[in-house]
Design a protein around this ligand. Structure first.
Ligand SMILES: Nc1nc2c(ncn2[C@@H]2O[C@H](COP(=O)(O)OP(=O)(O)OP(=O)(O)O)[C@@H](O)[C@H]2O)c(=O)[nH]1
Ligand SMILES: [Mg+2]
Length: 388
C-alpha cells in the first residue's frame, strides 16, 4: 500500500499517484510508480517518502525480473525455436568469441555478423550445410555462459534449442579448449543433457512381488544395500534390474529418474592457427576426439559435414518401386532402423500388408536380396517393398 503523502503535493503528482494505485499489472505499476516518484517535489519534507517509494520500486522490479526468468525456464524458453529443415538440425554451442558465427559463415551461405566484441550474436541464425545428397541445418547461437542453466539472460532459450536439436556442434576456442569444454558440459549436465552415449545399460522392470532382483554382467561399483536403499527411496520394492557393464550408484539413480537426454555431438576446436597443440592436448585431457579448424583461415573445414553425419547416427534410405529407379531423395532414419520402420513412413498400407522387401546395399550379401520386415538397414540401402 502507498502511504499517504503530505497534502501539499502538486496536482501532477497526485494524478500519478492515483494511476499507480489503480494499476493492475506489474509493468504498469512500475511505470506509474516511476512517474509518481519523478513528480514529487525535491524538498526535505518529502525525503523519507521518496526513499520508501524507491525501495518499493526496486522490489517491484525484482519481482518482474523473477517472473521473466521463471517464464523463460518454465516454458522451455520460447522465441528461440527454429523450424527444422534438411536431414538434421545441428545447434552450435560455444563460449563467446569461440568462432561460431565465423564457422557458420565459412561453412554455409548464411550471412552472419562476426563479432569484434563479446556476445556479438544475439539470436539464433540458421544456414544449410551440404553433405553429398543431403543438407544439414546448422544453427549459430548466442554464446553459452557460466550459469546458463539457471535460465537467466538467454540461458533457458539456448538450452531448449540444444534439447530440441538432432545434434550439437560444440565449438571451443583453441586457446582455452579444455576450460571451455568443462563449462559447457557442466551447463548441459545441469540442463539434463549428456554427450556420452552409455555403453552400459540398465533396465528396470517392475514386478508385483519377489523383492529386488539384480542381474549384471559387469560390476556394480557400490554396495548392494546401497542399491536397495536407492530403489526404496524411489518407491520401488519389487523389480527385476538388469545391468550390462560396470555401473555406479549415480548411474542407477540416473536411470531411475531418467532425467538425462543423450545428444549426438561433434567437438570442433577453432583457432588452431593460434594454438596448434590444442587438439592433441584436448583429446588426452578429455579422452574424446575433436577436430581442429580455423574458421578465419578456412582450414580443417572440408570434412566437417561427413564427421557430423557420422556422429549423428542416421541413415539415408532410398525407396524404389518395383521395376522403377531408386528415389532421388533419401528418407532419413535413425541407425538401427528396420524395413518395417521404412514401410511405416512410406505408407501405412505398406506396413499393414507387408510381404517382403528387396534390398540393394551394404546390409545385404547381394543386390536384390529378399528380406523380412525386421531386417536392419544400413546407410544408402535401396529398399523395394512388396505387399500382399
Ligand atoms: N585467429 C583466429 N581468429 C578467429 C578464428 N575464427 C574466428 N576468429 C575471430 O574470433 C572473433 C570472434 O569470432 P565470432 O565468430 O564472432 O565468435 P562467436 O563464437 O560467434 O562469438 P559470440 O557471437 O560472441 O558468441 C572474431 O574476431 C573472429 O575474427 C580463427 O580460426 N582464428
Ligand atoms: Mg557469434
Amino acid at each position: 500500500m502507498v502511504r499517504r503523502l503530505p497534502a501539499n503535493l502538486p496536482p501532477q503528482a497526485k494524478a500519478a499517484e492515483q494511476r499507480y494505485i489503480n494499476a493492475k499489472t506489474l509493468p504498469e505499476k512500475i511505470k506509474y510508480l516511476e512517474e509518481f516518484i519523478s513528480t514529487i517535489p525535491e524538498h526535505k519534507g518529502n525525503e523519507k517518502m521518496r526513499g520508501y517509494l524507491r525501495r518499493r520500486l526496486s522490489k517491484l522490479k525484482e519481482e518482474q525480473d523473477l517472473q521473466r526468468r521463471r517464464k523463460a525456464t518454465g516454458s522451455g524458453g520460447g522465441g528461440f525455436s527454429i523450424k527444422k529443415e534438411g536431414a538434421a538440425q545441428i545447434v552450435m554451442l560455444g563460449m563467446t568469441g569461440a568462432g561460431k558465427s565465423s564457422l557458420l559463415r565459412a561453412l554455409t551461405n548464411a550471412r552472419v555478423e562476426v563479432g569484434d566484441h563479446l556476445f556479438a550474436t544475439k539470436e539464433p541464425i540458421p544456414g544449410m550445410l551440404r553433405f553429398e545428397d543431403i543438407q544439414f541445418q546448422l544453427i549459430d547461437t548466442p554464446a553459452m555462459f557460466n550459469g546458463a542453466h539457471r535460465g537467466g539472460a538467454w540461458g533457458a532459450q539456448l538450452l531448449s534449442l540444444a534439447r530440441n536439436a538432432d545434434g550439437l556442434l560444440i565449438v571451443l576456442d583453441a586457446t582455452d579448449a579444455i576450460g571451455q569444454f568443462s563449462i559447457i558440459t557442466k551447463e548441459l549436465t545441469h540442463a539434463g543433457i549428456t554427450l556420452d552415449k552409455k555403453t552400459r545399460k540398465i533396465e528396470i522392470e517392475r514386478s508385483n512381488g519377489g523383492g529386488l532382483q539384480v542381474a549384471c554382467t559387469g560390476r556394480v561399483l557400490c554396495g548392494v544395500e546401497e542399491i536397495e536403499k536407492t530403489f526404496k527411496e524411489a518407491g520401488i520394492r519389487n523389480a527385476v534390474v538388469r545391468i550390462w557393464g560396470d555401473v555406479t550408484k549415480e548411474d542407477i539413480v540416473e536411470s531411475l529418474e531418467q532425467t538425462k537426454m543423450y545428444k549426438p555431438s561433434l567437438i570442433l576446436i577453432n583457432k588452431v592457427d593460434l594454438e596448434p597443440q590444442a587438439v592433441a592436448e584436448f583429446e588426452i585431457s578429455a579422452n574424446k576426439g575433436a577436430i581442429g579448424a580455423s574458421a578465419s583461415l578456412n582450414q580443417g573445414l572440408s570434412d566437417i559435414n561427413k564427421r557430423l553425419f557420422d556422429s549423428l547416427g542416421i541413415l539415408r534410405i532410398y525407396t524404389k518401386e518395383v521395376g522403377g529407379e531408386p528415389a532421388k531423395k533419401p528418407i532419413i532414419v535413425k541407425a538401427g532402423a528396420t524395413v518395417s520402420d521404412i514401410a511405416k513412413i512410406v505408407h501405412s498400407q505398406f506396413f499393414k500388408q507387408f510381404k517382403l522387401a528387396r534390398i540393394w546395399g551394404k546390409s545385404v550379401n547381394y543386390g536384390g536380396e529378399r528380406v523380412g520386415s525386421e531386417h536392419i538397414l544400413e546407410d544408402k540401402d535401396v529398399v523395394e517393398i512388396r505387399i500382399k
